[in-house]
Ligand binder design. Structure first.
Ligand code: SF4
Length: 421
């Protein structure tokens, strides 16, 4: 190659640039052929030695990994060195759902990448929030609301071929940009959220109406000319029938529910059983061998009952499977699932709390260390305070998140686009 005033650099140049009269690269008026040639080489080198910082957050990441693996082998396009560090990467491939809590981390990663740097948004979630555009309080409705995106690769998920095509498009942009300037980052998207689904449905309905009106005359003429025409009958293929597979009922382990209830009633006479008025042994036995005793517990009995279930040698419910909550609009319910690892029986409990701004319940952290994160989750999503919890902070959402999003009365139009059906 003649970079230093010899024969001009030849070969395929950046797209859209016409070669000079001698077949090489045309000098720009204000610069010389040397500058053009160096610029072209820099763009060519940049576009063919992209070092991607991978940001795979959900299912699309699997397709991104497949793109890098041997069958598709993105190294053929110069993406040889996928990095785990932003300081050594010039391309970030966003593959998957981005939630609000990740947002600030993503911006930090982008800022830590040296320039010039590029962004590919892969998949519907990254482009617009995808299936989570509606009714989601936590999903960012498009990565371009956080950082500039150069290439969008649609799909749910896009196949590796689509990502490779996106990479090739980016390479074209880099080569074009390098001819005169670096690729200029796109602006951040500040467009307001809108209910696209209703708008599209309205447009579709209007078009359908117009179409029907246009066809009316032709339809009537056809009917008059073909009075016996009955339309097209589509024959359906009968659905195959499969033999029913008998369900294997697992044998019950540990104490039967009726026995647990009878023992507990001696300590807590007001205990009830969920969806079973006036429970007795016959009614509980009729629920089958897989039934797990599902107790309704008054607030004042919540902690003493769970202590007893854990410590009494007859129950030995030593494992907290789950602690969660439900908003029933008129009340909250904290739900606890316990298991005896030694005996094998389980007990479920529900404790109703008034539907006010500050529902409270004693913490189980002194009994089960696993309750720590479960209670933080219930606090984060429902605003239920667990008194005595050593560290009751939000778990999933940012500290300044407004409100508790799994409450039925949660509203935040700056985050949530309501589903139109
Ligand atoms: S676009 Fe589809 S495949 Fe990709 S992360 Fe979202 S839901 Fe998963």
């Amino acid at each position: 190659m003649g970079l230093m005033g010899g024969s001009p650099l030849t070969g395929p140049g950046p797209e859209g640039i016409q070669p000079g009269p001698d077949g090489g690269f045309p000098p720009l008026p204000e610069t010389g052929g040397l500058t053009n040639a160096v610029d072209w080489v820099v763009g060519w080198a940049r576009s063919n030695s992209l070092w991607p910082l991978v940001f795979g957050t959900s299912c699309c990441a699997i397709e991104m990994m497949a793109t890098g693996a041997s069958h598709n082998d993105w190294a053929r396009f110069g993406l040889e060195v996928a990095r785990a560090s932003p300081r050594q990467a010039d391309l970030i491939i966003l593959a998957g759902t981005i939630v609000e809590k990740m947002g600030s981390r993503l911006i930090t990663l982008y800022e830590q990448m040296p320039g010039p740097k590029y962004v590919i948004a892969m998949g519907a979630c990254t482009i617009s929030g995808g299936p989570f555009y509606y009714d989601s309080y936590s999903v960012v409705k498009g990565a371009d609301r956080l950082i500039p995106v150069d290439v969008y690769v649609p799909g749910c998920p896009p196949r590796p071929e689509a990502l490779l095509y996106g990479v090739m498009k980016l390479q074209e942009l880099i080569k074009k940009g390098a001819w005169r300037n670096s690729l200029i980052p796109r602006p951040i998207n500040h467009a307001p959220f809108k209910d696209e689904m209703s708008e599209t449905a309205r447009e579709w309905e209007a078009k359908e109406k117009l179409k029907q009106e246009g066809m009316k005359e032709a339809q009537e003429k056809f009917k008059a000319e073909n009075p016996d025409f009955k339309g097209v009958v589509i024959k359906r293929v009968a659905a195959p029938k499969f033999d029913e597979v008998a369900r294997v009922v697992r044998p019950a382990r540990g104490l039967p529910p009726a026995e647990i209830l009878a023992l507990l009633k001696t300590f807590f006479p007001t205990l009830g059983v969920y969806n079973l008025p006036e429970p007795d042994a016959a009614k509980l036995a009729a629920l089958g061998p897989e039934y797990v005793l599902d107790l309704t517990v008054p607030k004042e009995d919540y902690l003493p009952l769970i202590s007893l279930l854990r410590d009494d040698a007859r129950f030995k419910l030593d494992f907290l499977i789950e602690l969660t909550a439900v908003d029933w609009k008129d009340r909250f319910e904290v739900i606890v699932h316990l298991l005896s690892t030694e005996k094998g029986h389980k007990v479920f409990l529900r404790c109703a709390l008034p539907h006010d701004a500050h529902p409270e319940l004693p913490s189980l952290t002194d009994l089960f260390s696993a309750a720590n994160w479960h209670e933080r989750e219930a606090w984060d999503f429902f605003g239920i305070r667990f008194t005595g919890h050593p560290d009751l902070r939000r778990l999933f959402l940012d500290d300044d998140f407004p409100g508790h999003p799994l409450r039925k009365d949660f509203e935040d139009p700056s985050r949530v686009v309501k589903r139109p059906y």
